[in-house]
Each structure stands twice: as structure tokens, then as C-alpha cells.
Design a protein around this ligand. Structure first.
Ligand code: PLP
Length: 450
């Protein structure tokens, strides 16, 4: 029976009729209908409150409900809601934001190119890398090296670069010329048997070197990686990993693309994480924390060397309607103003330390292999067998739902870990509450069946 627009239909019923959600089977009836938020608290249509330890999708650095950002958007929309950055058109907002993003990056950075989000940024960075080599007389440099447990987006190319089977099976042929290397995952590596005793960086570097020689350095355009794996479980590599990878790539003329979609804008305690990791990427993909999610916007930062090649001749032949959206750029600047004024780059250290204390008791539980943390990126490795470190057969998705339903604390499920990346404005009391809620559920609960 259909009840079109009947006033008595609930939000849940209307949602089921009209919305197709990512990763939600029709068989699941339940919906959580969010209606408002402030700071780290979200409220649903029934009035229930949730403590958001996920910052939305790991993006809301400055917290929910910032009227200052809404006012910046309204001012911009009233003045010039949209204008393009194609050809010789430009506008004050894009120029000002590009200048600011480049100014915060390493000194070889020259220019910014704007996108609508992270996937589009990855696709664009990939095109830039291949086009750079092509125009420098090396058209055979088409291969891209990516890594296990990576997530770089949902497009065809960015989906193939991701270690995410849902994006590659069931869609026919993939773009190809992608080779996947092992990303350092010290917890799993130490328990991996045959390769266990070898230092994880040595293992990864040996694998990289072998791949370069097997494919041929003259056929490889770039390596893409997240400074700290996000969807892969919030895993930071050993400190010598990225500098050694960058050195090897440089020796072979292979570009380094850093996907900082999650790690930038204070998440790990600085504007960009690459500097903390001791590397200067050729291309940097940004999104999420750039606007704290108040407007969909992304960017790719390019070194001057690459920008000069792509800007020569007929210019870079790729563009998007919403690239450099003036309202998005105004929102980004209002967001960056808050991060600066409220010293939120320090929050990863301060609130991070409080969360570390609050979550430390979890490590004693049979269900928890380790709690790892890099700034405000936190992974709770959930195990079916603590001695062997074996993950739960169906991941931690059901556990995340259980934590939400029982305690109102929002964490994210994944294939192995629960992940947390709260707004940078989380209070010490809220951090303590997150620790207590997770401990209560994980200590009293046997491994869920799905
Ligand atoms: N890169 C990383 C590291 C991400 O975590 C994501 C999304 O979560 C993306 C890229 C893709 O971004 P978007 O979902 O905005 O397309």
C-alpha cells in the first residue's frame, strides 16, 4: 500500500520509500534520523542525544552547529553564490583560500586545484601524476602503487586504489595498472607467522623495491598513501617508513601522492600530517576537515614543479562544475579561522591524551587486541582470539551499532577495528564518557555474531 506524502508517515517510512543509502540493505528497517547538533552532541528526531566520537565521517573538526560558519556561507551566497574557475574566470574566495592552503604546506608547494570532495581529489591527483609524466616525455609511466587497507574514494580509479572489495567486485573491468603493496600494520605484522620477526618497515621497503624492479621504474607514475591509515583501522606507520619510501620513490622519479583527506587540519596535531611524517609530497589530496563538512569541498596541492608542467601549453585539461565553489571556499576560510583562533591544532594532543587515559582500560579486555592512537585518530582492534590477534569474522559493524544503541556514543565499525575521530572540541568529560561507554559494552559482551 502506498501512502504518498501522508502526514502521519514517520521519517523512517518516508526514508525507506525514497532514499537509497550507501551500504544499507533494504531488509534493515531501522533508521537513525538526525535533526540537529551542537559541539560533539547530535540529536535525532525522537529527541535522543548521541555523543559523536566520529566527527560525522571523521570531518567535523570544529564541532557541530557553528553559526559563525553558517553566517559566512549566507554572506557569500548573498554576494556571489557561485562562479566558475574554468578558463580565465576566477574569484576572490578561491584565490584567498588557495593562497592560505599553499602557505601552510611545505615550501615546494606551488598551487591548489579545488574539487568537490575526496574521491574527486584522488581521481584528479591521479590524472595530474600521469599527465605530468606524459607531458615530460614519459607516457609509459601509467602504473600506480597503492597499499593494503587503503581507502582513497568511490570512483572507478579511486575505488580500485582502495583496498575495498565492494568497489571492485560486481562492476566488471577496472581501470587497471594498479599494484598493491603491504601497508605497515605493526599489530597484524607481529602476529603474521612467516614474516613476523622481520622489522615491518624492512619488509615493506623490500616489497616496494621488488615491485619497482618487477614493473619497471620507467612505467610507474606514482605511489598513493594515507599518512595514517584511516578506514584501515587508524594505523600509524613506524617513524622511518614514510621518509624511506619517499627517498626510494624520488630515486626512481616516482611521484608521492599523500591522501590527507582525513589526517589534515588538526586531526593529527598539525595542518598537514606529511610534515610530521618527514616527507614532502608531490601531490596532496585534501577534503573533510577543510570545511569541517559544512560544505562539500576538496583540494589537491601541487608542487611548483608539477604545476608549472601542467599549466604549460594548453593547461590542465580537467575541470568540474563545482570546483572552487565560492560558498565552499568562504566556508573553508571560516572553518580555518576557528581552528586558528581556538588553537585546535593543540587539541589532538590535549584531548588525545585524555582519551588515551579513558580508553587504556580496554586493553585488558579479552575482546580487545590493542588500542592505538595517533592524535585524534584512534583504533580499537577487536579480536576473536587475543593470543593470535584474529579479527571477528564479520568485523566490528554490529558492535558499533550496539555501542550506539546502548550508550548513545557514536563510533565507527570496520573490518577489524572500532574507529574514533572525534571533533577537536571534545571536552575532557566527554572523552571520559566515551571510555566508560566502550568499556561497559566491550566488557559485558561476547563477540557478536555478525
Ligand atoms: N581518502 C580518504 C583517506 C578517505 O577516508 C576518504 C573518505 O572517507 C576519501 C579519500 C574519499 O572522500 P569522499 O568520500 O569525500 O569522496
Amino acid at each position: 500500500m502506498s501512502l504518498p506524502n501522508a502526514p502521519h508517515r514517520t521519517w523512517e517510512e518516508r526514508d525507506r520509500s525514497h532514499l537509497l543509502h550507501p551500504f544499507l540493505p533494504d531488509s534493515q528497517q531501522r533508521r537513525v534520523v538526525m535533526v540537529e547538533g551542537e559541539g560533539c552532541v547530535l540529536r535525532d528526531a525522537t529527541g535522543r542525544e548521541y555523543l559523536d566520537a566520529t566527527a560525522g565521517m571523521w570531518l567535523c573538526q570544529v564541532g557541530h552547529g557553528r553559526t559563525e560558519i553558517a553566517e559566512a556561507a549566507a554572506r557569500q551566497m548573498s554576494r556571489l553564490e557561485y562562479s566558475t574557475a574554468f578558463w580565465d574566470f576566477t574569484h576572490d574566495r578561491a584565490i584567498s583560500l588557495a593562497e592560505r592552503l599553499v602557505g601552510l604546506a611545505h615550501p615546494a608547494t606551488g598551487r591548489a586545484f579545488f574539487t568537490s570532495g575526496g574521491s574527486e581529489g584522488t581521481e584528479t591527483a591521479l590524472r595530474m601524476a600521469r599527465n605530468f609524466h606524459h607531458r615530460r616525455g614519459a607516457p609509459d609511466r601509467t602504473w600506480v602503487l597503492t597499499r593494503t587497507r587503503a581507502y582513497h574514494g568511490a570512483g572507478y580509479a579511486s575505488g580500485e586504489l582502495s583496498d575495498f572489495p565492494a568497489y571492485t567486485s560486481g562492476f566488471g573491468p577496472q581501470p587497471g595498472h594498479v599494484h598493491r603493496l603491504t601497508a605497515p600494520y605493526p599489530y597484524a605484522h607481529a602476529r603474521s607467522g612467516a614474516d613476523g620477526p622481520e622489522d615491518v618497515t624492512e619488509f615493506c621497503l623490500r616489497e616496494l623495491e621488488e615491485a619497482i624492479h618487477r614493473i619497471g621504474p620507467h612505467r610507474i607514475a606514482a605511489l598513493i598513501g594515507e599518512p595514517v591509515l584511516a578506514l584501515g583501522g587508524m594505523v600509524a606507520p613506524p617513524t622511518d617508513y614514510w621518509p624511506r619510501v619517499a627517498e626510494l620513490l624520488r630515486a626512481h622519479g616516482i611521484l608521492l601522492i599523500m591522501d590527507e583527506v582525513v589526517t589534515a587540519f588538526g586531526r593529527t596535531g598539525s595542518w598537514y600530517s606529511a610534515g610530521q611524517m618527514g616527507v614532502q609530497p608531490d601531490l596532496t589530496v585534501l577534503s573533510k576537515g577543510l570545511t569541517s563538512g559544512y560544505f562539500p569541498l576538496g583540494a589537491v596541492l601541487l608542487t611548483r614543479r608539477i604545476a608549472d608542467v601542467l599549466g604549460a601549453g594548453d593547461g590542465f585539461p580537467v575541470g568540474h562544475t563545482y570546483s572552487a565553489h565560492p560558498t565552499g571556499c568562504a566556508v573553508a576560510e571560516a572553518n580555518l579561522d576557528i581552528i586558528e583562533r581556538e588553537h585546535l591544532l593543540d587539541a589532538a594532543g590535549a584531548i588525545g591524551a585524555r582519551l588515551a587515559t579513558a580508553l587504556a582500560p580496554l586493553e585488558a579486555l579479552p575482546l580487545v587486541g590493542e588500542v592505538r592512537q595517533h592524535g585524534l585518530m584512534i583504533g580499537v582492534e577487536v579480536v576473536a582470539d587475543k593470543a593470535l590477534g584474529r579479527p571477528l569474522p564479520h568485523g566490528t559493524y554490529a558492535l558499533a551499532d550496539l555501542i550506539r544503541d546502548r550508550t548513545g556514543v557514536l563510533v565507527r565499525g570496520g573490518p577489524r577495528s572500532l574507529t574514533l575521530a572525534p571533533p577537536l572540541v571534545m571536552t575532557p568529560e566527554q572523552a571520559d564518557h566515551v571510555g566508560t561507554a566502550l568499556f561497559d559494552v566491550l566488557s559485558g559482551h561476547p563477540a557478536p555474531a555478525s
